[in-house]
Design a protein around this ligand. Structure first.
Ligand code: FAD
Length: 333
């Protein structure tokens, strides 16, 4: 079946015929936890892995492609994302439990995998209860919490590369470390197999409740946020302090820029208090990095992925447009 909704002749006419769907000019702000960001030129929802692979094989190389999970670790800039944004759902949402192994599509929510494994009496997936993203997004960053991460339970992952070739790679080849995966940036993860151990369903359930409660107590989970903004510093941090501690010591808790604020509850989280632009959030994050470096010499590294183009109207780094000045006010005492 030919692609539907082909209105943007300049881009859409250059894209290959697919069995899935192309949708043009899609507002992406509703697709991220921050609820900010401009439009995608074209959103592509592949029908299945073969459709995705055929698309990647035939799509002209000069057209940028970006894969989107649940947008829980993403700051999409106000000018939007050029080219094609790929979203995996439908056929990518399947889960299959087989003894102590579980295969999940890249579109599966971490929380759903944790629940299925609990119901199957499988221990080891409880940490996923607190990570509000997809399996694909988790593979890309080796997501983790409470001392456990994807790499601890992963057997293999499948991906399609930028030329449409399919790969199945074992854990070792993925070179996963703290919030890092060594897979090439053009890989789109499509599925993964994990392993657990048989255990008591009630105990698993209790541990998942604990994870849920700990989240509610320590993180602004019911706000528009992107999770941890910066990675915890590694060897360049002689005191071993976590990112939130450095941010706190640098006096950034509660710092505000436009509609963006450093969370009072957990100061490694940025929040959109209602009317933030992506430019507000990014400029606030950069200001936090600057202040932390000035205070203790550590340059924090963004954990949140920032993608897309700046909107000149909102971009504080340009003199064009009528965006707000880069002036920070502090609401916190
Ligand atoms: C309240 C809150 C709490 C959080 N707590 C944690 C936590 O405890 N631990 C933690 O690790 N993270 C945490 N996060 C961050 C986030 O949930 C994880 O990083 C999650 O794994 C991101 O998945 P996603 O599907 O939302 O990916 P997205 O945010 O959509 O994308 C993130 C990156 O992954 C890439 N990507 C997405 N899907 C694929 C794919 N199929 N193939 C290749 N690349 C892909 C994207 O291109 C992008 O670069 C938290 C976020 C929030 C909002």
């Amino acid at each position: 079946m030919m692609a539907t909704q082909l209105h943007n002749e300049t881009l859409l006419s250059r894209l290959p015929a697919v069995r899935g769907r192309y949708i043009e000019h899609v507002d992406l702000s509703g697709s991220t936890w921050f609820r900010v960001g401009g439009p995608a030129d074209v959103l592509f929802r592949p029908a299945d892995v073969r459709d995705l692979a055929a698309f990647l094989t035939e799509c002209p190389r000069d057209i940028p492609r970006t894969v989107l999970g649940l947008g829980s670790n993403l700051l999409i800039r106000d000018g939007g994302v050029r080219g094609v944004v790929i979203r995996l759902d439908g056929a990518f949402n399947e889960i299959e439990v087989n003894g102590t192994t579980v295969t999940a599509g890249a579109g599966v929510l971490d929380v759903n995998l944790a629940r299925i494994c609990r119901d199957a009496g499988l221990v080891g997936f409880e940490f996923m209860r607190g990570i509000p993203g997809t399996i694909g997004g988790g593979l890309r960053i080796n997501a983790g919490a409470y001392g456990r991460a994807f790499r601890d339970i992963l057997d293999w992952a499948e991906a399609v590369d930028g030329t449409g070739s399919m790969h199945r790679v074992g854990l070792d080849e993925l070179e996963m470390s703290y919030r890092h995966c060594g897979a090439p940036e053009d890989w789109v993860f499509t599925a993964a197999q994990f392993h657990g151990q048989h255990g008591d369903q009630r105990e698993i359930s209790a541990r998942m409740q604990d994870v849920r409660q700990a989240r509610k107590d320590s993180q602004p989970v019911n706000t528009r946020t992107g999770g941890s903004t910066f990675k915890n510093p590694g060897n360049d941090n002689p005191n071993g302090a976590k990112a939130w501690e450095l941010i706190d010591r640098a006096g950034c808790r509660g710092l505000v820029r436009g509609g963006a604020q450093v969370s009072e509850l957990h100061c490694n989280f940025l929040i959109n208090t209602g009317a933030a632009t992506a430019a507000d959030l990014e400029a606030l994050g950069e200001e936090v990095r600057r202040r932390v470096q000035a205070h203790c010499g550590v340059m924090l590294e963004w954990e949140i992925r920032r993608i897309g183009e700046h909107d000149p109207k909102n971009d504080p780094k340009t003199d064009r447009g009528n965006g707000p000045e880069l002036v920070l006010t502090e609401e916190a005492p």
